[in-house]
Structures are given as structure tokens and as C-alpha cells.
Design a binder for this molecule. Structure first.
Ligand code: AHM
Ligand code: MG
Length: 342
């Protein structure tokens, strides 16, 4: 007879596969295609993790001319991540089209494979300027349903949908441990890769951004380039830091890592527009939108300083945007400062 201890729900070992399948129950109309697509992305995450672990060594081996001991060209990690995600997804029949921060144009599904009903937009390795310093980087992805007719090649129009049309979003952080965080609109869930068994296991169920902010996160080196509203908002946060000591500053320079901390600890991340980047730096489609979808599903909010990120209709694939993301109240306060002071 089974021991009572075995039936305790809190003892359940939840792999990412099991979790994604269980989430499917919230969508009675689901066919399982999205479930498989998410699982494919988790697989890509494991493959990139393994490439990351060997990256330092590959560089040493490739130092003399970008050829490693196997006689292969040593690829940059962001190109490797980009290719991995593409190859995991190009043939499955689940996608109509892809778009990546690494490619100028949309990425069609090869003609020999049938086009599917979903659209995948991704930043294969965000924060890649941090790779040389062994600091955290990550993959960010957004999934939409196609708007073009079924069984035809996907189009640019499929890729330029406003963020509120998203059906799923997530990111994978390659840090001290690899984590996969995703939402299909039913809460935000985080998994940690156990490298010894090669499985993502549920470690952060139903993440909510804490109401009490712990950190603000911004590159203050650009302070003099910001508008008065952004400067005043930042000074407001600095005053909170010195007066109440409840909020402190952290900035890695990897959006996905800075966002992950903001999500778990509470606070705000922002990358404003400035005189040298009047549109902001971050990409609406690959970075701001998926993280905004996650933030809102965790009780937070994301804005470009004037309007909700998820309401912006993209007019180009690599469109840039200012981004304020995290605790709803803090992001709203940023909007207020910008409206009041410009
Ligand atoms: P990238 O797409 O060239 O990697 O730039 C995006 C990165 C983000 O991860 C990060 O938030 C930001 O650029 C950091 O920029 P900065 O060095 O200007 O603070
Ligand atoms: Mg990026």
C-alpha cells in the first residue's frame, strides 16, 4: 500500500513538461501545439546552457584563428544561441514564421516543412556584452497566433502584432543556475535546471512581484542625457534610498537578469529614452513586449513612459522603445513624473 507521505501534494516533483501539460487544462480548446512549442524552447535552453558552460574553453581553443580543435569554426555565443533556437523550431510544423534580434528580416520556415499556426519572436542572447565577464545573460521569447491564412508562409504582419495579443512569453536566464520562466496568461512560473538530471524543475510557482519594492535598476551613468521628468523620478528613488533605506540600486546591464531580479524582489527597471537614443535602446518586439506580458501576469505593469507597452502597435521588426517595468505603483509614478516634467 502506498505510504501517505507519497501522496502529499507539496512533495510533488514538477518537471517543466508536467507543468506545461497541466497548464493546458486551463485552455479546453488547446490542441497541445503550444505545449510542445514551450517544451521545445526549454530544450533549446538546455542546449544553450551546455554551450555556455563550454564557452570559456571554446574561446581558448579558438584563439589562434577562430578554429577549434575539431577543426570547426568557433561561433560567437549569441550566434550559437540564435542557430540553436532556430534549428529546434524550424521543422516542427508548429510555427508559421520566426523573427530574431540577430536577423534583419523575418525568418521563414523552410518550404520542405509545413507552416504551423504560431509565431515566435526571440532575443537569443540578451545582455551579450556581459559574456566576456562571465555575468548572467538570457534568452527572451514571445509567442503569438498567426494572423495570416493557415498553411501559407508566415508574414511580417504576423510578427508586428501588439503585445496584448501574445499567447505566451518567457525567458531563460543563464546565471549561477539556468532558470526558465514562462506564462501563458495563467500566472508566471519559474523552473531551475538540475544539471545532473538535465531537467527543469518547478522552483518558483505563481510568481507575484512583491508589493514592497526592494531595488530600482537603471544605468545612472546616462543621468545627464535624460529629460527632467526622468531625472526627477530618479532623484525621487534616490531620496527613497537615503531616507527610508527600503529601496536600493542594482544594475547588471543584462535586461533579462535585471528584470528577473525586479520580478522576484520587487522594484522597477527602466531604460529611458535619452538625447542620444530618442527612441530608447531596447527592442519592443523581442525584449519589452514579452517581459511586459510576464510583468502584468505577475501583478506588475510596463510602460514606455507614456503608454502601456502591450498596447503599442509595432511598425517595424526592430523598433526601439523606452521601457519602465516592475511594480505597478512605481511604473505609474514614473509616468506621472514624465507627464509633469517632460
Ligand atoms: P543588446 O541587445 O545590444 O544586448 O542590448 C540590450 C542590453 C540589455 O540587456 C540591457 O538592459 C542594456 O542593453 C544595457 O545597455 P547599457 O549598457 O547602455 O546600460
Ligand atoms: Mg537584447
Amino acid at each position: 500500500m502506498a505510504s501517505a507521505a507519497f501522496s502529499a501534494k507539496s512533495d510533488a516533483i514538477v518537471t517543466i513538461e508536467r507543468h506545461i501539460l497541466e497548464q493546458q487544462r486551463f485552455h479546453p480548446e488547446a490542441t497541445g501545439v503550444l505545449t510542445s512549442l514551450l517544451y521545445d524552447l526549454a530544450l533549446a535552453g538546455k542546449m544553450v546552457t551546455s554551450q555556455m558552460a563550454r564557452a570559456g574553453l571554446a574561446q581558448i581553443l579558438g584563439k589562434t584563428g577562430d578554429i577549434n580543435v575539431q577543426g570547426e569554426q568557433v561561433m560567437k555565443l549569441d550566434e550559437l544561441a540564435d542557430e540553436t533556437i532556430y534549428l529546434v523550431n524550424d521543422h516542427t510544423g508548429r510555427l508559421a514564421v520566426m523573427a530574431s534580434e540577430e536577423h534583419k528580416e523575418i525568418i521563414p520556415i523552410p518550404e520542405r516543412f509545413s507552416p504551423g499556426k504560431y509565431v515566435l519572436l526571440f532575443d537569443p542572447l540578451d545582455g551579450s556584452s556581459n559574456i566576456d565577464y562571465n555575468a548572467g545573460v538570457g534568452t527572451i521569447f514571445a509567442i503569438y497566433q498567426r494572423v495570416s491564412p493557415e498553411n501559407t508562409p508566415g508574414t511580417m504582419q504576423d510578427c508586428l502584432q501588439p503585445g496584448h495579443k501574445m499567447v505566451a512569453a518567457g525567458y531563460i536566464v543563464y546565471g549561477a543556475a539556468t532558470m526558465f520562466v514562462y506564462t501563458t496568461g495563467q500566472g508566471v512560473h519559474g523552473f531551475t535546471l538540475d544539471p545532473s538530471i538535465g531537467e527543469f524543475l518547478l522552483s518558483h510557482d505563481n510568481i507575484r512581484i512583491p508589493a514592497q519594492p526592494t531595488y530600482y535598476s537603471v544605468n545612472q551613468g546616462y543621468f545627464t542625457r535624460w529629460s527632467p521628468g526622468v531625472q526627477k523620478f530618479t532623484q525621487h528613488l534616490q531620496n527613497m534610498t537615503s531616507e527610508t533605506k527600503t529601496i536600493s540600486m542594482r544594475y547588471v546591464g543584462s535586461l533579462v537578469v535585471d528584470f528577473h531580479r525586479t520580478l522576484l524582489a520587487g522594484g522597477i527597471f527602466y531604460y529611458p529614452a535619452d538625447v542620444s537614443k530618442p527612441e530608447g535602446k531596447l527592442r519592443l518586439t523581442y525584449e519589452a513586449n514579452p517581459l511586459a506580458f510576464i510583468a502584468e501576469n505577475a501583478g506588475g505593469y510596463a510602460s514606455n513612459g507614456h503608454e502601456r507597452i502591450l498596447d503599442i502597435i509595432p511598425n517595424s521588426l526592430h523598433q526601439r522603445t523606452a521601457l519602465y517595468i516592475g511594480n505597478r505603483e512605481l511604473v505609474k509614478e514614473a509616468e506621472d513624473y514624465i507627464q509633469k516634467f517632460g
